[in-house]
Design a protein around this ligand. Structure first.
Ligand code: SF4
Ligand code: SF4
Length: 502
C-alpha cells in the first residue's frame, strides 16, 4: 500500500522538512510554503542516500523551491506562507442568510431540508433581517459577501430586497468591499426580479445537473420542467449581462452540479451539456450526507471510489476539450491548482486550514440563529444544534466568533494537527470538514484512513500529479490558465458604464 510520510532529516541529509508520496514512477515532495517538486523515484532514492549528482536538474529545482537546508531562503518561504494564509488575518467574509426554508422544488438530495410552499413560520422577517445585517457589519473582514440561500430565496423576495438596500446603506459608512450572491432554482425568476438583481450587482448561482433526464430525476418542479426553467434563465441572464456591456468572462450565471448515482454513468454527457450552454466552468461536487440526502442515500448515494472514477473520467474529458481549443475549467481542480501553482489561496471554506467554520464564514437561519456555516445550520434542521454559535438579536458578532464551538472546529480542521493529514504530501493544498466527520464518523476529528472525504481529496491529487509527472510542461501550461486571478466582483460593480461603489 502506498504511504505518505515526512522526510526524516537524519536520512535526507541536506533535505529540509518536507512531505512526500509516491505517484506512479515519480515521487511528489511538498513543503509548508506550498511548493512542490516531482522527481523520478530513482533520483529520490539517490537523494535520500546522499548520492544525487551536484549538477542534477532535480537539485537545482529543489534549491529553488526551498527544499534544501543549505540554501534555506527563509524570508522568501515565510512571505509565501504569509500570503497563502492571509485569510487568517481577516475574519468572516462569507455571510450566508437563509431568508426562507420554503421551496417549490423537490430535490432528492436537498441538503437544506426545505419545507413546502404553503408551510408557515419559515420566512425571515424584517426585524431579524435588520439584526442579521447589523451583525454582519461587525465583522473585522474588509470584504463581505452576503449569500442568499434557502429553501428558495426568491420566495421571500421583499426581505431579499430589504437586505440588499439596508446593507448598501450601512456600507456607505463602512466602506467595505460588498458583494451579493443569490443561490436560486430560477423557478420564480421573472423580468422584474432579474432586472433588480442585475441593477444591484447580485451574482446569481443555480443548480444545473447536466442532461435533461439526470437533472429532472434529481430536481422535480410540480408545474414545469426544472431543466427547461434552468436552461431558459441561464441563457437569458447571460444574454442580459452581455447586452449591458459587462465582461462575460466574469459576469455570468454560476452553474453548480451535484453528482448523484444517476450522474455517474454520464461523465462526458454532463460536460457536453455545460459546453452546449456556453458555460465556462463546471464544478463536479460530490453529494454530502446532510439533509434529505441522509434519507435518500441508498437510492442516490455512492462510494468515494465510484465518485473518483466518475470525476477522473469527466476531468480527463474537460482537459481533452481544452486541448482541442474549447475553454472550460473544472472548478474543484481549479481551487487546488491555485494553491499548487500560485502563492495565493482561493479562500474556499472547505479547502483551508483551519476551515472557514465561524472564522471565515457564518450562516444565519431565518429565525436569527447563527451557525458556523450553512452545513452546521443543516445539521440543526436535522434536530442537532451543536453548531449554533449565537443569535443575531441576542448576541454580538464577537460573541459568536468567540464561541467554544468555533474553537473546536478550528482545532479539528487544522491539518497540521490532524493525524494522517499532518504528514500528508497534500497537506498544503487540502482541507477537511469537521461537520462531514461528525456526520460520517460521529466525531469532529476525522479518522482519515476510513474517510471518503480523504479518499476523494487524495485520489484527485494523485490523478493530477500523476498526469503532470507523465505529461510535463504542456499540461502544466494548460492547467496554469485555470488559476489566472479574476475579480468577478468588479465585473458586477458596473452600471450604465460607470462604477458603482457599495
Ligand atoms: S484529507 Fe487531505 S491532507 Fe488529509 S490525509 Fe487526506 S489527502 Fe492528505
Ligand atoms: S465545517 Fe465543513 S462545511 Fe463548515 S466551513 Fe468547515 S469545511 Fe465548510
Amino acid at each position: 500500500m502506498k504511504r505518505t510520510v515526512a522526510v526524516s532529516r537524519a536520512v535526507a541529509g541536506d533535505v529540509a522538512y518536507a512531505r512526500f508520496r509516491p505517484v506512479g514512477e515519480h515521487v511528489i515532495l511538498t513543503n509548508d510554503a506550498g511548493r512542490y517538486h516531482l522527481m523520478p523515484r530513482l533520483a529520490f532514492d539517490q537523494m535520500l542516500a546522499g548520492e544525487l549528482q551536484i549538477d542534477a536538474p532535480d537539485l537545482a529545482r529543489l534549491a529553488e523551491e526551498g527544499f534544501l537546508r543549505s540554501q534555506p531562503r527563509v524570508d522568501v518561504l515565510a512571505d509565501r506562507l504569509r500570503s497563502r494564509r492571509g485569510y487568517l488575518m481577516q475574519g468572516p467574509s462569507l455571510h450566508i442568510i437563509i431568508i426562507t426554508l420554503r421551496c417549490d422544488q423537490i430535490c432528492g438530495y436537498c441538503h437544506a431540508s426545505r419545507t413546502n410552499l404553503d408551510s408557515e413560520g419559515y420566512d425571515m422577517n424584517e426585524e431579524t433581517a435588520r439584526a442579521v445585517v447589523d451583525r454582519i457589519f461587525e465583522t473585522t473582514s474588509p470584504s463581505i459577501t452576503i449569500e442568499f440561500q434557502g429553501g428558495e430565496p426568491l420566495v421571500n423576495w421583499p426581505i431579499l430586497q430589504f437586505i440588499v438596500e439596508y446593507a448598501r446603506k450601512k456600507n456607505a459608512a463602512a466602506q467595505k468591499s460588498l458583494m451579493f450572491s443569490l443561490v436560486t432554482n430560477m423557478s420564480m425568476m421573472d423580468d422584474e426580479k432579474a432586472n433588480y438583481l442585475l441593477d444591484n450587482g447580485v451574482m446569481i448561482c443555480t443548480s444545473f445537473d447536466g442532461p435533461r433526464e439526470v437533472h429532472e430525476d434529481n430536481r422535480h418542479l410540480a408545474r414545469a420542467s426544472s431543466y427547461d426553467t434552468a436552461v431558459h434563465w441561464i441563457k437569458t441572464l447571460n444574454d442580459r449581462y452581455a447586452a449591458r456591456g459587462l465582461d462575460t468572462g466574469l459576469a455570468y450565471v454560476n452553474a453548480l452540479l451535484t453528482v448523484t448515482r444517476a450522474t455517474l454513468a454520464h461523465p462526458r454527457a454532463v460536460v457536453d451539456e455545460y459546453v452546449k450552454l456556453g458555460l465556462k466552468a463546471i464544478h463536479l461536487r460530490p453529494l454530502n450526507p446532510f439533509g434529505f440526502a441522509t434519507k435518500t442515500w441508498e437510492r442516490i448515494g455512492y462510494s468515494g471510489e465510484e465518485y473518483l472514477q466518475f470525476y477522473k473520467a469527466a476531468l480527463d474529458y474537460v482537459i481533452e476539450l481544452n486541448q482541442s481549443g474549447i475553454e472550460i475549467l473544472e472548478k474543484k481542480l481549479a481551487l487546488y491548482l491555485q494553491k499548487i501553482f500560485t502563492d495565493t489561496d482561493p479562500n474556499y471554506m472547505e479547502l483551508r486550514s483551519p476551515c472557514g467554520a465561524g472564522v471565515g464564514q457564518m450562516a444565519y437561519n431565518f429565525d436569527g440563529r447563527i451557525y458556523t456555516c450553512d452545513e452546521g445550520r443543516m445539521i440543526g434542521k436535522m434536530g442537532d444544534d451543536i453548531f449554533q454559535i449565537g443569535h443575531a438579536v441576542e448576541n454580538t458578532h464577537r460573541e459568536a466568533v468567540s464561541h467554544e464551538t468555533v474553537r473546536a472546529m478550528a482545532a479539528a480542521s487544522y491539518l497540521d494537527a490532524v493525524p494522517g493529514c499532518s504528514d500528508c504530501a497534500y497537506n498544503p493544498y487540502c482541507g477537511v470538514c469537521p461537520i462531514y466527520n461528525y456526520v460520517s464518523q460521529n466525531d469532529l476529528f476525522g479518522k482519515m484512513p476510513g474517510s471518503d472525504w480523504c479518499k476523494i481529496s487524495m485520489g484527485i491529487c494523485d490523478h493530477l500529479f500523476g498526469r503532470l509527472a507523465r505529461e510535463g510542461e504542456p499540461l502544466r501550461r494548460l492547467l496554469e490558465r485555470w488559476t489566472r486571478e479574476k475579480d468577478r466582483g468588479a465585473a458586477y460593480c458596473v452600471k450604465d458604464g460607470s462604477s458603482m461603489t457599495y
